[in-house]
Design a protein around this ligand. Structure first.
Ligand SMILES: [Ca+2]
Ligand SMILES: [Ca+2]
Length: 601
């Protein structure tokens, strides 16, 4: 086992830096005749294949290293668990499905720390981002001092991500809306233009609008999609949309729940109870009560439906996701909560062909038209007040947790770490069209991708990987990209969507912001550990109360949810929620969440 103290100080060889002095760059070393890459390293990673890849060889030659991939997927929970149990981690790994976070891996002696000095010296691009994103950039993955203050060391390398982005947007049949009397003025519609040969005949059949329907109007639209024969075939064969039972908590349903100001897909979101002022999780927040009442009402009326029984035959893979896409594809549903990355996307057909709108064009109705808009409004009215909407997928540009951290193996020397940080610094700071880096990151035009318009200033369409010759196969896993702003390289429709999404700053008006966010970034690590220990004891009882109430709601066994809600809250408090609120959620040591400045530079 390593102690915190033993590993906290990075011993930097050669070229020591005095406090306040800026780091000598690799360029300066090269100018004064020092080869910064003289020492050869073998560097291990995890990935899907051990085979040498095109981008791997390019990096190995430039940086005098051998990159070696252990064949374990970052999403393979069992594989990762076995690897961790064996006591050996690769030199660099992000392990999305790891059973342990970065702090726990370090405490088991499996990883090493990284210091601010290492960033300053070998990854100045990243250090600049840290300065721009204070204070949370210094909080995520930070090894706190004994008094709770921030130290100069981190458990791993925190991702830097676009904290304005959200995935799912409402999408609906525009032709149906027009038939049932909810059409929109042409002035408010921006068409998505598609020029790729696969989908160009459907160009301008999907529109983006910032028009918002009220909550009551949307409810009436779901009714009309069900009762008013919106497809005009004279048959009672359509309905509004798909919902799931109350136990289904996923980013895919954030737009549904978010109408009532509650986000259940991220259980770390905390809310203020308007009556008691207590800080509470989703399951004790009144928005959850209102969501359940609405969802069961819409289900009972038949305007929104669960996935049909026995639908697996249409979706051989059989997961809820496959069934959802297959159900939408029938052309009998009017509203979709849709991953906007796939709207009108011609490449990656294994995903995109099954997503609306193209899944409907390609399978059931070539003339269908669609409209997409920012979010579903709540019953409080249209004025954006951050009480309804969806959630920014990443709250802070810097982030932590297993999905958002690069871990560094305990045997990695400062010199080896410096090599990788240098490689990443070069990759992140290179101009977009730099020949070496654009080839490593995106491949070769005509082999790996093509442009829909002007190079580096239009949509990128990726070639089907099955059609890329073996010698050009890329791994794409050795470079960490750290970008707080939208990626400049996206597909054609997404490029047009982004233009509106970012210039109109939808993420400021249509996202719910938590009062507090349960994470070691906002709460001392020891306090968080105590919280988990308490949850281990109390959690089962609280979950039993949650499960009972939501089953009774979904099964129609609650006559008046407003009166039963108080009883439910009392049960939760008695089961241990009172203690969690007093000891943790309301504690001053658990600081309030502050929305960062989300303006684009
Ligand atoms: Ca290799
Ligand atoms: Ca019909």
């Amino acid at each position: 086992m390593f102690s915190l103290i033993a590993c906290a100080e990075s011993e930097l060889p050669e070229l020591m830096i005095e406090p306040g002095e800026s780091a000598p760059s690799i360029n300066i070393m090269q100018q004064i005749g020092i080869n910064p890459f003289a020492e050869y390293f073998e560097i291990t990673w995890i990935g899907s294949s051990e085979e040498e890849a095109f981008d791997e060889v390019m990096l190995e030659e430039k940086y005098n290293v051998d990159l070696i991939t252990w064949p374990v997927s970052s999403y393979d929970r069992e594989g990762l668990t076995n690897m961790i149990a064996s006591g050996e981690l690769p030199d660099f790994a992000h392990m999305d499905y790891s059973p342990y976070d970065a702090a726990a891996l370090f405490e088991q002696g499996l990883t090493r720390l990284v210091s601010v000095e290492m960033y300053k010296r070998y990854f100045p691009f990243y250090y600049e981002l840290m300065l721009q994103n204070e204070p949370t950039s210094f909080m995520h993955n930070n090894v706190r001092n004994e008094d709770g203050s921030l130290s100069d060391n981190f458990y791993g390398i925190s991702y830097v991500v676009d904290n304005k982005w959200y995935y799912n947007v409402p999408l609906a049949r525009l032709d149906w809306l027009e038939r049932v009397g909810y059409g929109i003025d042409d002035d408010l519609l921006t068409p998505i233009v598609l020029t790729d040969e696969k989908l160009d005949k459907f160009s301008s059949q999907t529109f983006i609008t910032s028009h918002m329907w009220t909550h009551e109007e949307m409810n009436d639209i779901f009714r009309a999609f069900t009762e008013n024969d919106p497809d005009g075939n004279g048959e009672d064969d359509t309905y509004g949309g798909i919902i799931f039972d109350h136990s289904f908590r996923s980013h895919w349903v954030d737009l549904w729940w978010g109408q009532f100001g509650v986000i259940s897909s991220d259980a770390s979101f905390m809310y203020e109870d308007p009556i008691t002022g207590d800080i509470v999780p989703w399951y004790a927040y009144e928005g959850y009560r209102d969501y359940m009442a609405w969802a069961t009402d819409m289900r009972d009326k038949g305007y929104l439906r669960t996935l049909p029984e026995g639908f697996e035959s249409l979706a051989p893979q059989g997961s809820w996701y496959d069934n959802l896409l297959a159900t939408w594809m029938t052309g009998k549903v009017g509203y979709f909560f849709c991953d906007k990355q796939y709207i009108g996307r011609p490449d990656v057909p294994e995903y995109s062909n099954r997503q609306p709108p193209q899944s409907i064009w390609l399978n059931t109705n070539e003339s269908a038209t669609f409209v997409t808009w920012p979010a579903l409004a709540g019953p409080q009215g249209l004025s954006p007040n951050n009480k309804w909407g969806t959630r920014r997928y990443n709250l802070d540009a810097f982030s932590s947790g297993t999905y958002r951290t690069w871990n560094i193996g305990s045997s990695v020397s400062d010199e080896k770490l410096a090599r990788v940080l240098t490689m990443w610094n070069d990759a992140n700071s290179a101009p977009l069209h730099d020949e070496f880096w654009s080839t490593v990151l995106y491949g070769i035009e005509g082999v790996h991708y093509k442009w829909t318009g002007e190079a580096w200033n239009s949509g990128m369409i990726r070639m089907d990987t099955a059609k890329i010759p073996p010698e050009y196969q890329r791994k794409g896993l050795f470079i960490g990209l750290f970008r707080p702003d939208p990626s400049p390289i996206v597909n054609e429709a997404m490029a047009q969507y982004n233009k509106i999404f970012y210039t109109e700053e939808w993420y400021k008006d249509y996202c719910i912001e938590p009062e507090k966010y349960l994470s070691t970034a906002y709460m001392p690590v020891e306090m968080m550990q105590k919280y988990y220990e308490d949850w281990d004891i109390i959690g089962e009882n609280i979950n039993a109360v949650i499960n009972d109430f939501r089953s009774r709601s979904w099964n129609g066994q609650i006559a008046n949810i407003n009166t039963e809600w108080d009883r439910y809250l009392n049960q939760l408090y008695e089961a241990g929620l009172r203690k969690l609120i007093d000891d943790y959620f309301n504690s001053d040591q658990f600081i309030f969440y502050k929305t960062p400045d989300l303006s684009l530079d």
